[in-house]
Design a protein around this ligand. Structure first.
Ligand SMILES: Cc1cc2nc3c(=O)[nH]c(=O)nc-3n(C[C@H](O)[C@H](O)[C@H](O)COP(=O)(O)O)c2cc1C
Length: 246
């Protein structure tokens, strides 16, 4: 397809990226440290409000996430109202009961012993939602993989999670909650879907390892068990058990 010629300096920039700064050694290590020390947090210091400027930086980080066709399909719904949160927590309790039934009896009590949310304890809940409503023209990059829109919103979640970590703010992701309850409580229009319901606050501690690893529920797979180095998926590579049976 031909397109009208653009001014030469703009043409050049379409293929040649402009130079951005290099990272210093300290900055490089800091990024890796933030990734390694990010934790899912379910225990918060009650009543300690978030620093507003730190929250703003976290939202900016989320909003800088990559998105298919630069669609930026996310919306961030800040939820402070306790009654709304209490109703969302009721949904959590229903879902948790349903989920518990899916485990073998000997695992069920272990499942129920875990703290799996901090909806009321955290000073802020944040729902990242994705706007799936069609616009005037197709989104670049979504014809073969329409799910790329939703994937973009997940990228925003991860940016937020990492930025929060370096601000000393903990985030706990609650997927044990009914989307219909979130749609209703947060007034999401038809076509706008919740992708992540997050509890945000100052943690009582950042654990050094995932809680589910500490409690023996599961363990991190070795990297080698998930890398398929020869261009083909080899099942035996990833067949390592994901949870300890200790
Ligand atoms: C999509 C998603 C949904 C999750 N949902 C829950 C949840 O409902 N409750 C919970 O306690 N943790 C939830 N988690 C946190 C995981 O249990 C946690 O990420 C994992 O055990 C690894 O621990 P870490 O995040 O501290 O490294 C969720 C994580 C993701 C990525």
């Amino acid at each position: 397809l031909s397109r009208p010629a653009l001014p030469p300096e703009i043409e050049a920039r379409l293929v040649e990226p402009e130079l951005a700064g290099e990272f210093s050694e300290v900055e490089r290590l800091a990024v890796h440290a933030a990734i390694a020390q990010r934790r899912d947090v379910r225990h918060f210091i009650a009543d300690r409000e978030l620093d507003e400027s730190a929250l703003q930086r976290c939202l900016e980080a989320a909003h800088r996430a990559p998105s298919v066709g630069l669609s930026q399909p996310w919306g961030f719904v800040l939820v402070r109202d306790r009654q709304v949160r209490a109703r969302i927590r009721e949904s959590f309790l229903r879902c948790r009961a349903r989920e518990a039934e899916r485990f073998a009896p000997e695992r069920r009590d272990h499942y129920l012993a875990h703290r799996l949310e901090g909806i009321l304890e955290a000073p802020l809940n944040l729902c990242i939602a994705v706007d799936l409503r069609p616009g005037d023209e197709p989104v670049l990059g979504t014809t073969a993989q329409p799910e790329a829109i939703r994937a973009s919103a997940y990228c925003a979640v991860q940016n937020l999670w990492l930025a929060a970590r370096v601000e000393g703010i903990g985030i706990g992701w609650v997927s044990i909650v009914e989307p219909r309850v979130l749609r209703h409580e947060l007034a999401l229009p038809a076509g706008v879907e919740p992708v992540a319901y997050l509890c945000m606050g100052y943690p009582r501690a950042f654990r050094s390892t995932p809680m589910l690893e500490e409690t023996g529920w599961g363990r991190r797979k070795p990297l080698a068990s998930v890398v398929h180095p020869n261009g083909r998926w080899v099942d035996s590579v990833s067949a390592a058990p994901t949870r300890s049976r200790a």
